[in-house]
Design a protein. Structure first.
Length: 493
């Protein structure tokens, strides 16, 4: 057993857990400090599971390359069982528990009762649907190619009848089987369903993020804090004040309208108006914070911010290369049949031949970049198209725990599909690994669903191209910062 690999994995696990704990403390809202302990534990554990899921990809490859002796297939099953528990049971329960909190009632008995009630209903629906689908569709149809020698006894084919194959005394020219069908386990089917659900998040968020992430990094460099005179600061602050007054007026109208409807938006028009209002409030706060950082901070913080902006420029340029290589690899290895080139697979193999860890590190970088794109796409999609669903932005010192939990849920689901997608894209490099056996044999060949895995990368590319065109025309959110765009939507009487 590769002791060094195990030690490195343990160190990385604790480093990731500490980093996620720091992220929680850094981003959490003041109102949640020293409270909501259970949702915080769930969030840190969920974010750690997300990162560990991606880190296990290079670990699996390194274990196979060095004959490490670690039972990776069993570890993959264990990690996905835990992720399934977190996605189906723990995170929804934590969301229901957090949302049911009543500030006027210090006792949490009613809060716990409501959370258990809604979680049991969610678990019941999920279990019934999954069992029905598993019994009817939980069959893997693995392609099977029969190989035969040149010299075959003609009696081998007689039981099949002359209409089944054409035989002579030397060989049987027709394949006898096309698929090997077997019923997969219930646990593996749950993993398959979570992967299938995460696929929809992945193609939308990942496709948008492949374009949006490098472009936003470069735009952040363009909008880096700059030294300004007091006259410029006063002028910009006055404009922000006008926007704030406008939003205050709109917020009052929404409040009065929702009071008549029971306190919450109910119709589609009401939800669209409310989400549009929240988006503009978020952008206003962002502009105000950027202005204050540019003018009121001292020389030291400004230098740090400017240095970070130039770092973002470097990351943006690197990101353009990574996104371009990802899309090019998808075309060369997945779209073209048979594959025109192994491309990144061969690059990882060559790097491993140069030095044992180079290929594994590069493999992990490409996998993590794809996960980062999903994170960016999640935020970008909710911010750009607010009438689809309520946004849950991650803001330093202002992120409530329900936003943490929702984003953790989305990331966990997406990370499963990211892992599956990497196992397909790099099947030549990660062959014979535990993840290759799990996804490319069982999950990928499920009856009916298997056809989705052969084409869903087209949706990923489509979203990347569409977002490229949109972001090229509207490179940032200035259009939403325009006062003319902050009009309250028409509400029904």
């Amino acid at each position: 057993m590769n002791v060094a690999l195990i030690i490195i994995s343990i160190i990385m696990f604790f480093a990731i857990a500490v980093a996620n704990l720091y992220i929680l403390v850094y981003f959490q809202h003041e109102a949640d400090k020293n409270t909501a302990i259970f949702p915080k534990v769930v969030t840190v554990a969920g974010l750690t599971l997300t990162c560990v899921n991606i880190l296990m990809l290079p670990m699996d490859v390194a274990n196979e390359r060095t004959d490490g002796g670690i039972p990776m297939k069993e570890l993959w099953m264990a990690i996905y069982i835990i992720i399934g528990i977190w996605v189906v049971i723990v995170i929804p329960f934590a969301i229901f528990y957090y949302e049911a909190e009543d500030p006027d009632d210090p006792r949490n008995s009613k809060q716990l009762e409501n959370a258990i009630k809604w979680e049991l209903a969610t678990l019941f629906v999920f279990t019934i649907l999954t069992v029905i689908l598993w019994l009817g569709l939980g069959v893997a149809e693995v392609p099977l190619t029969k190989l035969s020698s040149e010299l075959v006894d003609s009696s081998f084919c007689k039981p099949l009848g002359s209409h089944d194959c054409s035989c002579d005394t030397y060989k049987c020219s027709q394949e006898l089987n096309k698929h090997l069908n077997y019923q997969i386990t219930f646990i593996l089917y749950i993993i398959s369903m979570l992967t299938f659900i995460g696929m929809f998040l992945f193609v939308v968020f990942g496709g948008i993020g492949l374009t949006a992430l490098p472009m936003d990094l470069i735009n952040s460099w363009k909008r880096r804090p700059k030294f300004m005179r007091k006259e410029t600061y006063d002028e910009l602050k006055q404009k922000i004040g006008v926007r704030a007054n406008h939003l205050f007026e709109i917020g009052g109208k929404l409040k009065e309208r929702f009071k008549k409807a029971g306190g919450r938006p109910k119709s589609r028009a009401e939800r669209r108006a409310y989400n549009k209002f929240r988006t503009n409030v978020f952008l206003l706060e962002e502009d105000y914070n950027r202005l204050e950082k540019a003018y009121n901070k001292g020389i030291g913080p400004k230098v740090i911010q400017i240095a970070w902006a130039w770092t973002q420029l470097g990351l943006g340029v690197l990101g353009i290369c990574l996104s371009f290589l990802w899309i090019l690899h998808i075309f060369l290895y997945l779209v073209v049949r048979p594959p025109a080139s192994p491309f990144l697979n061969q690059m990882f193999i060559d790097l491993d031949n140069t030095f044992g860890l180079f290929g594994t590190i590069a493999y992990g970088v490409f996998a993590f970049w794809l996960l980062w794109c999903v994170i960016k796409g999640n935020f970008k999609f909710g911010l750009r198209i607010p009438f689809f669903f309520t946004i849950h932005p991650m803001k330093i010192g202002e992120t409530l725990m329900n936003s943490f939990l929702v984003n953790t849920l989305l990331l966990l689901l997406s990370s499963i599909t990211v892992t599956q997608f990497c196992s397909i894209c790099f099947s030549l490099y990660n062959r014979y690994t535990g993840i290759d056996t799990l996804f490319n044999v069982g999950v990928r060949n499920l009856r009916y669903i298997k056809y989705v895995w052969n084409f869903y990368y087209w949706a990923l590319i489509s979203f990347a191209v569409l977002s490229l065109g949109y972001l090229a025309k509207f490179p940032d959110d200035n259009k939403r910062r325009n006062d003319n765009n902050m009009q309250i939507a028409e509400l029904p009487n």
